[in-house]
Design a protein around this ligand. Structure first.
Ligand SMILES: C[S@@+](CC[C@H](N)C(=O)[O-])C[C@H]1O[C@@H](n2cnc3c(N)ncnc32)[C@H](O)[C@@H]1O
Length: 211
């Protein structure tokens, strides 16, 4: 999908449904939090949440005391919903960026970050050039010694989501895409229960940059 089409598509989804009815909504983003705690990064560390949408992870990180968060998404409507939920003054601790991860114009300008977090975004990129652009951006933006969390549908996971085809992954496939500069620290499978009661099979991975 072209950037403009993708933005329209996701904006429509976020306009049509309440956030807590979305098929990826988490009341409690516990698997992400458990991996973030393992990174042992301090509260001033920069955490970049890519394809953040209206995730409750941002609320949780603010509660824990992180002060330097970036929420990025192609859909401004999703980020507006998140910003409204968080409210001032906490929303001022978050940098809000509208950008396409497969054709970055804004994120590319950032200084390297301590942690890149992606839940349920990478698997939507099915074209070779989009996947390549995503990993190139990630490699540029995660600082030396920084961390990377990617949570995507695993090889037993669904083949479509929100009406779109997805690419499924295991830890070795992600290792291969990341190359020698990232070391796998932990990976686990996780069955996520959607608001509808159906489940989706994810793999959660934590890597450390060793470049
Ligand atoms: C399934 S949702 C996951 C949202 C959030 N990470 C969570 O766990 O609740 C996928 C998100 O990726 C965003 N997205 C899709 N394609 C994107 C792209 N090319 N660049 C940036 N964000 C994108 C969508 O707008 C949507 O918010």
């Amino acid at each position: 999908m072209k950037s403009g089409d993708s933005k329209t598509y996701w904006n429509q989804i976020y306009s049509d449904k309440e956030v807590d009815k979305l098929g990826w909504h988490e009341e409690n983003p516990e698997p992400s939090i458990s991996l973030i705690k393992k990174c042992n990064i301090n509260k001033n560390s920069t955490i970049l949440n890519v394809g953040a949408g209206a995730t409750t992870l941002v609320d949780e990180l603010l509660k824990i005391g992180y002060k330097n968060l970036i929420a990025a998404d192609i859909s401004p409507i999703s980020l507006d919903k998140l910003k409204k939920r968080i409210n001032k003054p906490d929303s001022k601790k978050v940098t809000w960026i509208i950008d396409d991860l497969t054709n970055s114009q804004e994120l590319i300008k950032l200084s390297p970050v301590d942690l890149w977090h992606d839940r349920a975004v990478l698997h939507f990129f099915t074209k070779k050039e989009d996947i390549k652009a995503y990993f190139n951006l990630l490699k540029k933006l995660v600082k030396k010694g920084g961390y990377l969390i990617i949570a995507v549908f695993n090889l037993d996971g669904a083949s479509t989501c929100s009406g779109l085809p997805v690419c499924r992954y295991n830890d070795s496939m992600l290792e291969e895409m990341l190359g020698d500069d990232f070391k796998l620290i932990e990976a686990f499978d996780y069955n996520y229960t959607m608001p509808s009661g159906d489940t989706r099979k994810y793999i959660y991975t934590l890597f450390k940059s060793s470049k």
